[in-house]
Design a protein around this ligand. Structure first.
Ligand SMILES: Cc1ncc(COP(=O)(O)O)c(C=O)c1O
Length: 471
């Protein structure tokens, strides 16, 4: 170490005058020596500097804006572990109230004071809990009937979120997927039922499909399933993955039946940290009735000072998100949620219209179901373009926006789409900036003399599949 330079460091040394600021950051071994907190803070902070600003990240569904009181409440509870229910009993009470509020928003018929539900670290955990409950109920029925229970399966559309693949792999359940097409952009109930048999633990329609922003028609599915269950004698239930839709439909489309009003919907999961408007780390699952929550899923622990029953995959988890959710319910009420979701919807609609007016693009759906949508290049335009939506993604990133381009799931994976998710924190003015950036980027791309590298790669791949380009 250079002692002459080292001797410059003392209590008055400015953060950026310090030795640490000209040394490389630890990447493999813990440093031997201490670092002043303000320097350590700055080093960690600077590590994140080049990242997208969260509110410009239109790829995520997850909350990137909460008001100051919510932020204060959550910061003040940063040292509280949710699982310590004996020490922090009011957190558990507030969590129970949130479950009640959601259950009632989703028309739960359950009369008990505390509805059957659980919180998760996100929708993934909530989906898994809903899936495990369906699997265990199916096993009980099969065992009771003296039938084999070693080949469970689950049916949903091919536009599933990856959590369902994980769930099926971890619990060794066969995932049967109904392919989508431009003509059938959401789960086709008849095709779903054609895949069901006595080993189907549940069907999972999605409210707010991650890939497209659309909603599967749960009411139509329930209707068909009712007849199917009656005919076959099966008892196949529905778990609705309402990661996004669970906090949109009750406020913006209260008449659409997708929830516990439907006979076969036994459980619903959602993300508190998506349109529930809470910072990341919160999901919810609610069962229609306690009888649909198998006993084995509730674990009692008595080493925390009391005998407490918990449902969840994780043990320790932050409590702050529960405070954020309960605060939102009080602060916003039904009206406030409705206003925020409607604003997001209106801004999404505005962007949808603007994209629709651009000669090069085609929106995937004519109508918005949620405040997010996807679009692709018009097929004729695509034949002669010298760029791809991946180029547009990279160009928008230069102005700070994260707008992802990706290919649709299997059976439609020849279509490259782009998606924006509008959430609280995105104003009309910001939408105008985004649309302006998209227009400018397209104008630049149209002046290109030669195809971009991403275009060359795309055409090579497409030509192998026999598709032709005309420039
Ligand atoms: C339909 C759907 N299900 C589940 C998930 C997983 O949610 P989380 O990120 O909250 O775990 C997502 C996330 O985008 C989703 O869109």
């Amino acid at each position: 170490m250079d002692l002459k330079i080292e001797s410059r460091d003392n209590i008055t040394t400015a953060v950026y005058g310090s030795r640490e600021m000209r040394a490389s950051a630890p990447t493999e071994c813990i440093p031997q020596h201490k670092t002043a907190p303000e320097i350590a803070y700055q080093m960690v902070k600077d590590e994140t500097y080049a990242q997208t600003q969260p509110r410009l990240n239109l790829a995520t569904f997850v909350t990137t804006y909460m008001d100051e009181y919510a932020t204060r409440l959550m910061n003040e509870a940063i040292n509280v572990n949710y699982i310590d229910e004996t020490e922090y009993p009011r957190i558990a009470v507030m969590s129970g109230r949130c479950i009640n509020i959601l259950a009632n928003l989703w028309h739960s018929p359950e009369k008990a004071d505390w509805k059957a539900g659980a919180l998760g670290i996100g929708s993934s955990e909530a989906c898994m809990l809903g899936g495990v409950a369906a699997w265990l109920r199916w096993r009980h029925r099969r065992k009771a009937a003296g039938k084999p229970f070693d080949k469970p399966n689950l049916v949903m559309s091919s536009a599933y979120q990856v959590v369902w693949e994980k769930f099926c792999q971890l619990w060794q359940i066969e995932l049967r997927t109904v392919p989508l097409s431009l003509d059938h952009p959401t789960l086709d109930p008849k095709q779903a039922l054609a895949m069901c048999d006595e080993n189907t633990i549940c069907i999972v329609p999605i409210a707010g499909v991650t890939w497209t922003g659309l909603n599967d028609d749960v009411e139509a599915l329930d209707h068909e399933l009712d007849a199917f269950n009656a005919k076959t004698g099966y008892d196949i239930p529905i778990h609705v993955d309402a990661a996004s839709g669970g906090f949109i439909l009750p406020f913006l489309n209260p008449d659409v039946k997708w929830d516990f009003r439907l006979k076969w919907v036994y459980s619903i999961s959602t993300s508190g940290h998506k349109y529930g408007l809470v910072y990341p780390g919160l999901g919810w699952v609610v069962w229609k009735d306690k009888k649909y929550l198998p006993e084995e899923m509730a674990f009692s622990v008595n080493y925390l000072g009391a005998n407490i029953t918990q449902v969840g995959l994780n043990f320790s988890r932050p409590a702050a998100q529960v405070l954020g959710q309960y605060y939102n319910f009080i602060r916003l009420g039904f009206e406030g949620y409705k206003e925020i979701q409607q604003n997001s919807m209106d801004i999404a609609q505005y962007c949808h219209d603007q994209i629709d007016h651009m000669p090069c693009f085609q929106n995937y759906a004519r109508k918005l179901a949620n405040p997010l949508f996807i679009w692709y290049m018009k097929p004729d335009y695509n034949k002669t373009a010298r760029w791809t939506l991946y180029d547009l993604q990279a160009r928008l990133q230069q102005s700070g926006w994260m707008v992802p381009a990706y290919t649709l799931p299997k059976s439609m994976d020849d279509i490259i789409v782009m998606r924006i998710v509008i959430r609280q924190g995105m104003s009309r003015d910001m939408a105008d900036m985004l649309i302006g950036d998209i227009r400018n980027a397209v104008a630049e791309f149209e002046k290109l003399q030669y195809p971009t590298p991403s275009r060359i790669a795309y055409e090579k791949q497409e030509k192998q599949l026999g598709r032709v380009f005309t420039h």
